[in-house]
Design a protein. Structure first.
Length: 199
């Protein structure tokens, strides 16, 4: 049990070190990232809101076009069944041209707004910083994981071995002994570094 307690305690301490490492390094970067995102939002939020309104208006025109197209088709079907006529094709084509002409206006405005963002030097600088910090956060996660993974793997191997031994040991115990041993092991799992083994 002492061996199990010692390894569980080491494991807990290394996990705590890893967690503190993550918090110290990544929280600092996370704070910087949050500040940059706030700055980006000040620039792109009003533009994104305008783009959303324009896209909604464009969608309304498409719905209107489809509705009118369905009406033209229904009228044609009522008169001529599923047979096409030059007048029907002309009406459909005219409706499509009108829809394309109207939606093009909105598409041009949307494209202009995206270009406005693309030409905004401050915005581009902030986006580049945001991307750089995200990469640094990813690198930190990998670095911290690699730093502690070997130690944790070795300790986990030892714990797996001790757990296998525990199963062998418990096979020959009476109910009360098994209960006491299992209780001790569970208590160690809960608080490995501060648990005192009682015989």
């Amino acid at each position: 049990m002492n061996n199990y307690k010692e390894i569980k305690c080491k494991y807990a301490k290394i996990e705590e070190l890893r967690s503190n490492d993550s918090l110290n390094k990544i929280n600092k970067l996370g704070k910087e990232l949050s500040e940059i995102k706030t700055e980006i939002s000040k620039i792109d939020k009003p533009i994104i809101e305008q783009i959303t309104k324009l896209e909604n208006s464009r969608s309304e025109i498409v719905v209107e076009y489809l509705s009118k197209s369905n009406q033209i088709t229904d009228q044609q079907t009522d008169k001529f069944g599923h047979n096409s006529t030059p007048e029907f094709e002309k009406k459909l084509s005219q409706n499509e041209k009108e829809a394309n002409s109207k939606t093009k206006v909105f598409e041009n405005k949307i494209e202009f707004l995206y270009q406005k963002l693309a030409k905004n030097n401050k915005y581009q600088e902030l986006k580049a910083k945001e991307s750089k910090i995200k990469s640094e956060i990813d690198e930190e996660y990998i670095s911290i994981k690699e730093k502690y993974s070997k130690q944790l793997e070795n300790l986990q191997y030892d714990l797996n071995y001790l757990n296998a031994q525990f199963k062998e040991l418990t096979a020959n115990l009476n109910t009360q002994e098994l209960k006491t041993l299992t209780k001790n092991r569970d208590s160690i799992k809960q608080n490995p570094c501060n648990f005192t083994i009682k015989n």
